[in-house]
Ligand binder design. Structure first.
Ligand code: HEC
Ligand code: HEC
Ligand code: HEC
Ligand code: HEC
Ligand code: HEC
Length: 138
């Protein structure tokens, strides 16, 4: 499933510059979401870098209009599943659930996030697999 993103952003190029995952994917509050970066984060460089490129012109337009770039979502759980990035990234690495993002120009869904994949890892780490843990948390 190749995502046809509105702007051809490359993880490979940007991570190679030394940018960190957490710098763009902040996990506010309880850390449920890993979030997409604010356009102002991109503009720290792109007000000058490659500003004549059509892709960067489009990016600047979103930033000026204060509209989020409509990135296509790749990993998405149904509403009835509770998941927290903050808890899972204490120990697990991003690669474990999303593959080797740093080497990719275009991200695809590489790893499953279905119930079995959650439960297998919970079994391995002796974490609970009570239905309510993921479906009806207190
Ligand atoms: C400069 C900012 C930036 C950095 C640094 C960055 N990302 Fe991203 N990330 C993005 C943007 C923009 C998107 C949306 C476009 C896309 O999917 O390629 C995205 C999308 C993703 C997605 C797909 C989310 C979804 O389901 O739609 C994953 C997973 C991800 N990043 C993981 C990582 C990891 C892991 C790292 C560090 C190795 C990282 N990112 C570093 C900006 C960044
Ligand atoms: C630390 C500075 C920096 C940040 C922050 C940054 N970029 Fe870049 N970006 C660059 C540089 C440098 C290049 C040129 C890389 C190359 O050509 O090898 C580039 C290239 C690009 C290109 C390719 C443009 C073209 O036409 O070749 C796109 C698209 C892009 N960036 C989007 C983004 C987006 C979206 C964000 C925010 C999520 C972002 N960048 C954040 C430095 C940055
Ligand atoms: C234990 C598995 C797991 C780990 C580890 C993990 N993720 Fe995720 N990620 C998911 C799942 C599941 C979703 C879908 C969440 C949803 O739909 O609520 C997701 C969604 C995302 C998204 C889409 C936007 C959002 O807020 O949900 C981004 C971006 C992302 N992950 C980045 C990262 C980064 C960066 C790391 C490492 C710091 C990371 N993930 C570590 C499982 C994981
Ligand atoms: C990489 C292994 C791994 C994967 C994959 C994984 N988990 Fe977990 N999960 C854990 C571990 C370990 C804990 C216990 C963490 C702790 O108590 O510090 C945990 C804890 C949880 C909790 C309890 C958090 C809390 O609030 O106390 C929930 C809910 C959860 N996981 C949901 C999910 C869902 C949903 C998925 C699949 C989309 C998933 N997990 C995939 C390892 C994983
Ligand atoms: C570690 C997290 C986790 C636990 C524990 C868990 N589930 Fe799930 N469940 C998920 C995820 C993620 C999905 C959505 C993805 C999918 O359908 O595989 C899901 C989906 C479902 C669905 C919808 C399936 C469908 O095909 O529409 C049902 C029903 C369900 N779970 C029942 C249960 C029951 C019953 C238990 C306890 C025995 C349980 N779940 C325990 C993570 C979990």
């Amino acid at each position: 499933m190749a995502a046809d993103q509105p702007i051809p952003y490359s993880h490979k190029k940007h991570v190679a510059m030394g940018l960190e995952c957490a710098g763009c994917h902040t996990m506010p509050g309880k850390g449920e979401a890993a979030t997409y970066p604010a356009e102002s984060t991109c503009m720290q460089c792109h007000t000058s870098v490659k500003k004549e490129s059509p892709a960067i012109k489009l990016l600047s337009k979103f930033a000026e209009e204060k509209k989020p770039v409509p990135w296509l979502r790749i990993y998405k759980l149904p509403e009835y599943v509770w998941f927290s990035h903050k808890i899972h990234t204490k120990d697990a690495k991003c690669t474990q659930c999303h593959g080797d993002v740093a080497s990719k120009d275009v991200l695809l869904k590489e790893k499953p996030i279905d119930m079995n994949s959650c439960m297998n890892c919970h079994d391995e780490h002796k974490a609970s697999n009570e239905c309510n843990l993921c479906h009806n948390p207190a």
